[in-house]
Structure formats: C-alpha cells, structure tokens
Ligand binder design. Sequence first.
Ligand SMILES: [Zn+2]
Ligand SMILES: [Zn+2]
Ligand SMILES: [Zn+2]
Length: 375
Amino acid sequence: MNDATHLTFSCLCQRVQFAISTPRSSLPITAHVCHCSICRRTHGTLFTVDAHVPSPPVWITPSSPGECTRYTATPYLKRLFCSTCGTHVLDYAVEAGDEGWYVSSATLAAVNGVKGAGAGGVFDLKTQHCTKSVSGGGAVPWWKTVGGVSLQEWNPDEDDSTPSSDAPAPHALVDGETRSGSGSVRAHCHCGGVSFFVRSPVPGVDYSPSSVLTTHARVPADTTKWLAVNCFCDQCRLAAGVLAAQWAFVPISAITVLQQGSHMALPDDLRVGTSKIYRSSPPVTRTFCGTCGATVFYHHAGWPGMVDLAVGLLDAPRELGGARADRMLEWIVEDDVDELVVEGRKYHAEWVQSVQNGLREWGAVVAKASLGQSA
Ligand SMILES: [Zn+2]
Ligand SMILES: [Zn+2]
Ligand SMILES: [Zn+2]
C-alpha cells in the first residue's frame, strides 16, 4: 500500500503496541459510540468509542498478543486488554456482518510515526449504539451532536439475543447479594469478579476533602450526592481505553465489600475480588478487573481517604438515575475545569467539545427541572 497511513496504538503502560495500516483514502475511519451494558461494565465507563478497522493488528516487537488478556464478553465478542495496566485495546467480533477487528479509538498513539498528532483526522463519528437499553439514559444525552450534526441511533432488534439490557450478567450476582443492599448501591464489573457497595452521603457527616480536583477545589452543592466528572486527560483516557473516564469522588469509608453475608470495609490496598493494581505514577494507583478489564478505582496518595470510582460499574436503580446515577451523583457540567479537558482537546478537540456541549445542555435541563420541583 503506497498510499497507506500507518496508525500505531498503545496502552497506558506501553507494553501493548500494535499498528494498523489503512489506505489514506479510507480515512477518517468510522467509529461509533456504544452505551450497552457490556461496554459499560467491561470498561467501567458510561460509553465506549470503538472503530471497525480494515486490517488485523500487526504487533510491534517486543510487544505481542501475549501482553493481553482475552475476555469473552459474549459468544460473538472477544475483548483484549493489557494484562499489566488494564487498557482495553481491541475487540474481535464474529457476528455475521460485523466480523473483524475493532480498535479502541482512545489508544491511538501515532500517525505515520508522528506522536501526539491526535485522532481528529483519523476517526469520525456518525452513530451511537444501544441508546434505548440504558437505564435512565446514561451518557446518551451527552452525545447529542458531533460537529453540529446529530448522531444516528442504532439499536439491536427487540428479539436480538445479544445481552444489551441493564440486567446484570447472570453470573454476576452471588448468593445473598441484591442490586441495592443495606442502603447502598451495588457496583460490579461485567464478569462479576469485582463487586462492592457504595453508600450515598450520610446527612450531617463532613466528608471533606471531597474533591480531588487540584485546580477546582469544591464540594457538591447537594450534600446528599457525591461529586462526579468526565475526565478526558491522557492517563484516564488510556487507562479505560475510552475518550473520557467517568469518576465519582467517594470516601473510602462509603465503600463496602460483601464477605460471607457481612459488609466489610474496602481493604487498604483497594483490592476486591479479581482486581489487579497498576501504578501509573508514583502517587497514583489504578485498579482494574484482571478477568474482564473493567476500570475500577483511581487513588492518589495525596487524598488518602478518597477514591475515584468508575461510574460505569454502578448498578443504581432507576430511582437513583439508572446508569448515570444522577440522584446519587452531582455531575460537574461546566467546561472550565482545565485539568479534565486540556489533554483531551489535543487528542480529539471535536469529540471533547461535543461531550462538553452535551453535558452543559443536559445540566441546564436538569437544573431547570429541579427548580420546577422546588418551586
Ligand atoms: Zn498496558
Ligand atoms: Zn457496546
Ligand atoms: Zn470483571
């Protein structure tokens, strides 16, 4: 391919590195946003942005497929994530009509050897998938338009056997567990290997510091909620393998793990079930499920009592807002929190702006509705 464009991809720890070559005329490659429960629970995010690529990945030595863990998400879909850092990098689908390789668009590292060029001219978005099955709407209202154009919605047929509803994976509940127990909401990854419970704030208890945003120290305006953000920084984007990671800032004391029918404190090392640990920088510990790759926690040593929890794992009932859990979480919707967006804008300015616009518009609608309720 003389006119080939050489795309290279990498996980957060860079042990996984592969290339995909595509004719220049095929760019931009069409990607799609997906809101399905498989994507949310294998990534720990509220959506994914993957792209069907024209050729299989070519591994860049010393990297090899052996650096990845394979997870069979459905009989038709295998997901590959880095065994060391947890970044979801590739999917392989065998469903008729959709077979082939899909790449996590967030992991693009270089174009024709040029690093940091961003994904703007490489990936293009026109559709969002599985918008109807998300309890409470999830991130669907945040993805209204891209570049001023509405995304087309695609949903599986009603009788489609693909499990895309919000029902937990059948093996994800163990005896004695309920979706919401002891006033807490359950959180779990797709394989069910990581499972824990999160409590809403107890009125009158001071949880400060309740924000780990260094440039934007703040506490939730509504003291019955935890603060939540979309983080578009390079590290979070790569850790999850998605354009933005959705984090809830929660005190460790509000998280419990069910052991033999009793709620126990989250262990100091943040290990739960099948989780693995990756230290992405000296003060930062990230945990992910070693079986299905879901992002679970981010912890910074500078905020010892707090943890960032991957919102995509929450199993909040509809009364608490469903997937987005916005009756338990106060989402930051303004786009002036630089540390969350600056790096993301370099990666894909249009997509980041699209989500920021969607967030702001959604936030305005929510604020208006709550004013109406209190009037
Ligand atoms: Zn890695
Ligand atoms: Zn999906
Ligand atoms: Zn898992």
